[in-house]
Design a binder for this molecule. Structure first.
Ligand code: B12
Ligand code: SF4
Length: 463
């Protein structure tokens, strides 16, 4: 039995444009969901994983499979349907799962043979069994998996073409920020995989560098942090010789022992969601956690960096409190905090989030011809109507933010300060240049987007 597991691409996502900017090679990540599904698949299935981010193959030239499984974020949904249509025309059953299938069940059900919502661990073996007997159901729900059932992902598949491997050690997040799907999808309970499983999985990753995809590697409560310390101790003891980056909340900076253990275990970069430079912004998106203890963000960032760990900061533009000037303000604040890399995204109502419910009820979703418009739900296009910023205005804010933060003098200052502090100037340089060179791609993309937006709204007015 032959199974294809496919990660569809979205050509509007600049990080997959490896040909346009070679720095992007360092920002194409493996679709871990498919490696996990492969880990749940019994040996009678011959598995091929296709990651279209490395280039879409000629499916016609490939042997006919018995089953196709497709994963998709919302931004990949359109391409997922194209791929599904191709295989369904050949009479091959297509199953789709992942976050978009879970949040938009009815839409997906119309376009594939079978949909799997939720996490797959508890249900995928049954889906395969039903497929083998030709009796696939229209809908399976995996719900939340028992965390000990998460298998070792098949890191032996998809072995070449990536600068980073990826793995997951926890699922779930209690914080439930308004713009994020994680609490709805993976639950509010923070679930931690057994430490020996995680260490074994690290050992099976071939790449020297690894992205730990957890939404928050250290968690928010003392018992979570204690487990993170145990994990880091076990990783150091296993002498993995891996360098890795992860996502965490800002409380990562509050515990010297945690930082030292993380660094010893190979942590070289941490991605932190600051979200807004203003306390009112944090309240608006529901991230009160960042407001705790009258925090000094500059000091927090420095404490992390002293352990040789780079800090990547994420902010959002387009909150209801954001007014003209917000772009430059974010660039200024991120520079004051002293972060190494800045990633700014447009506030985007992703289906299933609290923000989606709010913007839908207020009639503020501007690009709403679905499924076609999903391709712009990459957080790199302003798809909604923003309170104080017009379409041109919000794009100008994003552009000025990037222009300021990634100006050559500022990049050189950051690289110099890294050299001076004996940190990792090369990684900072590559990261900064990757963002800087994507700016040109973004300008062009914004122009095309404005035309698309204009046509869409003219059509609506005329009809
Ligand atoms: C790692 C990650 C990335 C990585 C890697 C992506 C990749 N290629 O896998 C990078 C950094 C590239 C990335 C980029 C983006 N991401 Co991202 N990312 C994540 C993150 C943190 C973890 C995903 C992961 O690997 N999980 C581990 C695996 C094992 O879990 P899983 O994917 O959920 O798969 C399980 C189930 O969903 C199911 N399943 C999944 N697929 C399938 C398929 C079949 C057939 C079946 C049966 C089951 C099944 O089974 C799996 C095992 O239980 C999630 C948050 C999260 N917790 O999901 C956000 C998340 C998926 N990202 C999100 C977004 C918005 C993006 C971006 C669009 C925007 C951005 N700039 O961040 C981009 C664009 C990507 C694109 N190509 O279009 C949103 C998606 C929401 C949505 N409705 O689409 C999430 C949920 C975060 C959020 N804020 O809400 N991302
Ligand atoms: S943005 Fe981060 S902290 Fe907020 S709910 Fe999502 S995963 Fe949790």
């Amino acid at each position: 039995m032959r199974l294809y597991l496919i990660n569809p691409s979205n050509l509007l996502v600049s990080i997959v444009k490896v040909k346009e900017s070679r720095w992007n090679r360092y920002r194409v990540w493996k679709p871990l969901s498919l490696l996990v599904l492969a880990g749940l698949t019994s040996p009678e299935w011959e598995i091929a994983i296709v990651d279209e981010n490395l280039g879409a193959p000629n499916y016609q030239a490939m042997p006919r499979p018995d089953l196709v499984g497709i994963t998709a974020f919302t931004s990949q949904a359109n391409r997922a349907y194209e791929v599904a249509t191709h295989f369904r025309r050949l009479g091959v059953p297509v199953v789709m799962g992942g976050i978009h299938a879970t949040m938009c069940l009815d839409e997906v059900m119309e376009r594939v043979d079978s949909v799997v919502t939720g996490e797959a661990e508890g249900i995928w073996p049954q889906v395969l069994e039903d497929a083998r007997h030709g009796c696939l159901k229209r809908w399976y729900d995996g719900g939340l998996a028992e965390i000990n059932d998460v298998p070792l992902a098949r890191h032996d598949l998809l072995a070449t073409g990536y600068a980073f491997g990826s793995l997951q050690t926890t699922r779930g997040c209690p914080l439930n920020c308004s713009f994020c799907s994680v609490t709805r999808f993976n639950g509010a309970k923070y679930r931690q995989r057994p430490i020996p499983d995680v260490v074994r999985e690290f050992q099976s990753v071939r790449e020297k560098r690894v992205l730990v995809v957890d939404d928050n590697l250290i968690g928010t409560r003392p018992e979570h942090i204690a487990r993170a310390k145990d994990l880091f101790r076990a990783m150091a003891q296993a002498k993995l010789r891996k360098e890795w980056a992860a996502q965490a909340t800002i409380n990562f900076a509050d515990d010297e022992e945690l930082l030292a253990l993380a660094a010893k275990a190979g942590c070289r970069g941490i991605f932190i969601g600051f979200e807004s430079p203003a306390p009112e912004g944090l309240l608006e998106v529901g991230k009160r956690f960042n407001l705790l203890k009258g925090r000094d963000f500059h000091a927090s960032v420095r404490r992390i960096q002293r352990h040789n760990i780079l800090v990547v900061a994420s902010f959002i533009i387009g909150l209801d409190i954001d007014e003209p000037g917000i772009g430059k303000h974010i660039a200024e604040v991120a520079s004051q905090y002293g972060v190494d890399i800045l990633n700014v995204l447009f506030l985007t109502p992703l289906p299933g989030t609290r923000l989606w419910d709010q913007m839908t009820s207020q009639g503020r979703i501007a690009l709403d011809a679905f499924p076609e418009d999903w391709k712009y739900y990459t957080l790199t296009f302003p798809v909604a109507r923003y309170k104080h910023l017009s379409l041109d205005g919000i794009i100008e804010e994003m552009t000025s933010c990037d222009r300021d933060f990634y100006s050559l003098p500022r990049i050189l200052r950051r690289v110099w300060s890294n050299m001076w502090q004996y940190r990792k100037p090369l990684i900072t340089l590559v990261g900064n240049l990757s963002y800087r060179s994507n700016r040109r791609l973004n300008y062009k993309a914004y122009e095309d987007f404005k035309h698309y937006w204009g046509n869409r709204h003219n059509c609506v007015k005329e009809s």
